[in-house]
Design a protein around this ligand. Structure first.
Ligand SMILES: Cc1cc2nc3c(=O)[nH]c(=O)nc-3n(C[C@H](O)[C@H](O)[C@H](O)COP(=O)(O)O)c2cc1C
Length: 369
């Protein structure tokens, strides 16, 4: 696996290899959003297992409307920031880089300690049912359309959370512009029906993500890594495609990248598949936007797949989600040619908590006493 285990420089951060842990919400924090010892050991295990870079699950960014899930960790307050310090230390001690994913739940919010009311770009209810594996039940709320003050509060929240991430020792932040959460919703014609400066045509709907990128960059300075995750699909609509096809996709990604990002993290159900039914993949389109680092994610299970994608040159780093949950030491196993464990959704039953994963693991792969 010559490429997968080649080091990579992301700004001043040197990664020991190209294997990245994809962000995965585990709703395992304390009720107040504090990261805890369970999470320290959980993230530490991926670093010990050989990943070059870890991205946290989505962390909520303010004590207004950003929290999406009960027991989601936050990085909004100073206390929440301080709880991340031992987690970051454990990951760094085991030789991996660590990036905090910053997330505003938007209309897909299921549980927020701070507000019962949910907000989105417009009063558009997400389709389908809330995710039971994050503790949700029944249809989504109809969100209220965000006021100007609420938008300003959300932008300031991203900037403050990024400063907290830097001060907690993280190596960078990833702005969650994927999977149908707030920043994605603002880019969507369906969810963003505003007629003010935050809505309008395709380009006008990039206004909020662009403003957040610039606010975060101003807050953390040039030296800190700032990336953004993008997907076509939403949690509530897994078949969704961006409107406008390949040219609009390139324009979207170039506009965002040029606003001050160090990397784009592209997530597709199958990252090797054409973005729009035929033709180039989303990563191939992203490659055309310029010299920004590209992380690709979606459907990568084996070292051979990762090696092939890296070899094609359309991505610099590969992010692995479910295969990493099956084997926290996925890179080490791949490097040594050891067998991989099949991923099993049963580890998320009844909820996707780390405690349930540990119980599942003990039942299926008991550690000898
Ligand atoms: C339990 C679970 C939680 C997830 N939480 C997040 C999240 O917090 N942020 C995010 O951007 N993606 C999240 N995802 C999506 C993954 O990062 C990844 O895109 C998806 O699992 C597809 O990659 P894979 O085929 O390697 O698993 C989550 C996925 C799973 C299975």
């Amino acid at each position: 696996m010559p490429r997968l285990f080649e080091p990579y420089s992301l700004k001043s951060l040197t990664l020991r290899n190209r294997a990245v842990l994809a962000p995965m919400t585990r709703v395992s924090a304390e009720p107040e959003g504090y990261a805890n010892d369970l999470m320290r050991d959980y993230y530490g295990s991926f670093a010990k297992g050989g990943f070059g870079l870890l991205i946290t699950e989505g962390l909520y960014t303010d004590t207004a409307f950003s929290q999406g899930y009960i027991n989601q960790p936050g990085i909004a307050t100073e206390q929440q920031r301080d709880c991340w310090v031992p987690v970051v230390q454990a990951v760094h001690d085991a030789g991996a880089g660590f990036i905090a994913q910053l997330m505003h739940g938007g209309a897909q919010t299921q549980g927020n300690l701070h507000h019962a009311r949910h907000v989105g770009p417009s009063a558009v209810q997400p389709k389908g049912s809330q995710l039971s594996f994050y503790g949700g039940e029944g249809p989504y709320q109809v969100p209220s359309e965000m006021t100007d003050d609420e938008i300003a509060e959300a932008i300031a929240g991203f900037a403050q959370a990024a400063v907290h991430a830097r001060d907690a020792g993280f190596d960078g932040v990833e702005l969650h512009g994927a999977n149908g959460y707030l920043l994605h919703e603002f880019m969507s014609a369906e969810f963003n029906q505003r007629t003010d400066r935050w809505g309008g045509d395709f380009k006008a709907r990039l206004a909020l993500p662009l403003t957040v990128i610039r606010a975060v960059r101003d807050a953390v300075g040039e030296g800190f890594v700032v990336g953004m995750r993008l997907s076509q699909q939403m949690v509530t609509d897994s078949d969704l495609k961006w409107e406008g096809g390949t040219e609009a996709a390139k324009l979207r990604m170039a506009t965002l990248a040029n606003a001050g990002l160090d990397y784009l993290h592209i997530s597709e159900p199958d990252v090797a598949a054409p973005a729009f039914g035929e033709g180039p993949t989303l990563c191939e389109l992203a490659r055309a936007v310029g010299p920004v680092t590209l992380i690709g994610n979606g459907g990568i299970r084996t070292g051979e797949q990762a090696e092939q994608l890296l070899g094609q040159g359309t991505m610099d780093l590969v992010a692995v989600g479910k295969a990493a949950l099956a084997d926290h030491d996925w890179p080490r196993r791949v490097e040594h040619g050891e067998p991989l464990t099949p991923f099993d959704y049963a580890m998320f039953v009844p909820m996707a908590t780390v405690t349930n994963e540990l119980a599942w693991r003990q039942a299926h792969y008991p550690t000898p006493s």
